[in-house]
Design a protein around this ligand. Structure first.
Ligand code: C2E
Ligand code: CA
Ligand code: CA
Length: 658
């Protein structure tokens, strides 16, 4: 770099915009003080030079003072205004020129007074120039170029005039002044460098902060958004529900929560593939957003579950209308690139009550949705008093079951399974009964699903099995007892282990069979197969219960180590009236024959049903016609009667306990 260029760069405005801004801000803060000092010092100097001509004593300092006052006022007024980058550059450029003009102007004026004063007054001129010059350089410390210009404009004439004066004292003064200003400038340049570095590091830090904030905002957005649909996610919904509910409660208002569950969405995924499934989910989100009112919050909670938080008009009729609008919107066809899909959605609404927590409100909407799913698929259900009573009944039952003494409260009944070919009862299905000391008899259709839900089913299975094993010792050796297993028993290695251990402990030969359902097996085919093999190894037989009501995947059925299939009683009930039921029964009988396993019919209540089933090729029969679930004593009594042939004792059987 040439010397000229170095000088040009030295006096040029820096490239760094942050530094330019910082310099302009610092300058504009300090410049009024500089003008103030200049003004006062100049007036005092003018006052001490009473013999000088009026031009130098009054007019010139007056004009300079006026300039100072104008500049002070101007800078003070501009103090709090934001400075744009362009303005900052302009300030820095003009500061150098103004510094040169004022430096030369004030120095020339001060030196022009020199010839008119005595030794004291001349000393005052020297003192004024030195001190005021240093002061101004200090005030301009953030503007290297302007400070240097001022220093030069003062030092050069000062040294020149005082050295030429021939007075050794003034000569020494000039030397001192040059040294002080040189030292001052070197300190100032050092400070200027530090200032530049500080500004640069602060700007870098601010940029980093902005970037960190941006990343954290982005993270926050992603953490609260469902990426597939762009809707707020579960976390965001929970927070919003808490906030909206709290605000509504504080204002004495109510809000409503709606849950929307697509019906049979799993089937869409399985049939059309996940990409199409995703498109459906995104379209559902779009429809919900298009239909929402301005104050409605829509979220996707996961899978095919959506939720809405609603405010405003929330009485039953208005909720019903909203429910209809939403469920109708879901019924419109989904025209996708590779498929036209039709589906429906079940909705549940609940409105807030005083003292509600977000969880309580959500749970009610959730309950209403499950009611819609089971009782009014594809429509909206509004949580009502009836639902509240049901929930409270379920809670009471749950509590009673959790605290029940299972050994005392659970007992078992036996329902005969009659083999037509052998013309005798070959076994009994073991059915659990619960008599709660507080609630009385509770139906297994109520307490078994509940025990599954609250994780108590394995305990119940073990209680039933223990009692069945004890009864089997007292019953004739030719009879087998069939115990029902639930999905949880099959899915848990520990539960199966406990069952195997109990049967093994009871000794051989094993007379316990097990009934399992298709749904239980489908959950985890591999684990279910393992479990079934360990039961088979005991010498137990396995029956597939409620056949025809679950997944009914024949390929799966063929893969399982089954000994019998039990045709569900819903088909048996319709065997005399419904050709479809008859056809299904016929196919199942053929399937069993092909697989070499036996076929059991359950729920036979009438002789007509029995005749129809016999015509279709059924062999093992179970139902009220052959015996209701009965106590162990009744079993023994029935068996003694049966020796005379079951036809003769059918009437006696009918009167059994249930
Ligand atoms: P399931 O295994 O299908 O049991 C047969 C059910 O049908 C029994 O109801 C029985 O009483 C009833 N039933 C039998 N014959 C007839 C008939 O001719 N007509 C009519 N209408 N019903 C008949 P229950 O005892 O109320 O049991 C209901 C369900 O509870 C059972 O259905 C089974 O799924 C479950 N369950 C009962 N005991 C146990 C158990 O110990 N463990 C497990 N896991 N589940 C059990
Ligand atoms: Ca059963
Ligand atoms: Ca059954």
């Amino acid at each position: 770099m040439s010397g000229l260029e170095t000088i040009k760069r030295f006096f040029a405005v820096p490239d760094d915009p942050d530094l330019v801004q910082a310099q302009a801000r610092a300058f504009s803060r300090q410049v009024p003080l500089m003008y103030g000092i200049l003004l006062v010092n100049s007036l005092v100097l003018a006052a001490t030079h009473s013999y000088a001509p009026n031009l130098l004593r009054l007019f010139v300092p007056g004009a300079l003072a006026l300039v100072c006052v104008i500049r002070i006022v101007m800078w003070l007024r501009a103090r709090d205004r934001p400075i744009s980058h362009e303005k900052a550059r302009r300030i820095l450029v003009s500061a150098v020129f103004v510094a040169a003009i004022l430096g030369i102007g004030f120095s020339s004026w001060a030196l022009s007074l020199y010839p008119y004063g005595n030794a004291y007054q001349q000393s005052h001129v020297a003192f004024y120039m030195g001190l005021t010059g240093i002061c101004c350089v200090f005030c301009l410390m953030h503007l290297r170029a302007a400070a240097t210009v001022v220093a030069l404009c003062v030092v050069i004439p000062f040294t020149g005039v005082f050295v030429i004066s021939g007075n050794p004292v003034f000569g020494a003064l000039a030397l001192n002044f040059v040294l002080v200003v040189a030292g001052l400038m070197s300190i100032l340049f050092g400070n200027y460098r530090d200032f530049g570095a500080l500004v640069a590091s602060r700007a870098a830090m601010e940029r980093k902060q902005v970037e960190t904030q941006r990343l954290s905002d982005e993270n926050n957005r992603l953490a609260n958004m469902d990426s597939l649909t762009g809707l707020p996610n579960r976390r965001s919904f929970d927070r919003q529900l808490n906030e909206t509910l709290a605000a509504a409660q504080a204002a004495g208002n109510t809000i409503a929560v709606a849950r929307l569950d697509l019906d049979s969405f799993k089937a869409i995924n399985e049939t059309f593939g996940q990409i199409t499934g995703d498109r459906v989910l995104a379209e559902v989100a779009r429809r919900l957003m298009a239909l929402r009112k301005a104050d409605t919050f829509v979220a996707r909670l996961g899978a095919d579950n959506y939720a809405l938080i609603m405010q405003g008009e929330l009485h039953e009729a208005s909720l019903r209308t909203r429910g209809e609008v939403l469920s109708n919107a879901m019924r419109l066809s989904f025209d996708l690139p590779n498929a036209i899909i039709h589906l429906s959605a079940s909705l549940g609404f609940a409105t807030s009550r005083p003292g509600d927590t977000a969880e309580m409100l959500y749970d009610r909407a959730d309950y209403a949705t499950s009611i819609a799913k089971h009782e009014a698929r594809g429509t909206a259900v509004i949580f009502s008093e009836r639902h509240a009573k049901e929930i409270s009944k379920v809670r009471t039952l749950e509590h009673a079951l959790r605290t029940a003494n299972l050994d005392e409260e659970i007992h078992i009944l036996f329902q005969p399974q009659f083999d037509i070919a052998l013309n005798r009862t070959t076994g009994y299905e073991v059915l659990a009964r619960w008599r709660s000391p507080t609630l009385g008899n509770v139906s297994p259709t109520e307490f078994i699903p509940m025990a599954e839900r609250i994780g108590m089913i394995s305990k119940i299975t073990q209680t039933v099995l223990r009692k069945a094993l004890a009864a089997s010792v007292r019953l004739p050796k030719s009879l087998r007892l069939s115990v029902n297993l639930s999905a949880h028993d099959l899915a848990s290695i520990t539960a199966i282990g406990a069952i195997v251990a109990m049967v093994t402990r009871a000794g051989t030969p094993c007379r316990i069979d097990f009934e399992i359902t298709e749904t239980a097996v489908m959950r985890d085919m591999n684990q279910a197969n393992e479990a079934l093999l360990s039961l088979l190894a005991l010498g137990s037989r396995i029956a597939l219960d409620d056949f025809g009501t679950g997944h009914s995947s024949l390929t799966h059925v063929q893969k399982l180590p089954l000994d019998r299939i039990k045709v569900d009683r819903s088909f048996v009930a319709e065997v005399t009236t419904d050709p479809t039921s008859r056809a299904i029964i016929k196919t199942t009988v053929d399937l069993c024959r092909n697989l070499g396993i036996s076929c059991v019919f359950e729920g036979i209540e009438t002789e007509q049903q029995l005749d129809a089933l016999l015509g279709l090729g059924g062999t093992v029969m179970q139902g009220y016609l052959f015996g209701k679930p009965m106590t162990e004593e009744m079993v023994i009594e029935q068996l003694s009667g049966e020796r005379k042939g079951w036809q003769a004792h059918r009437n006696q059987i009918f009167g059994a306990a249930s």
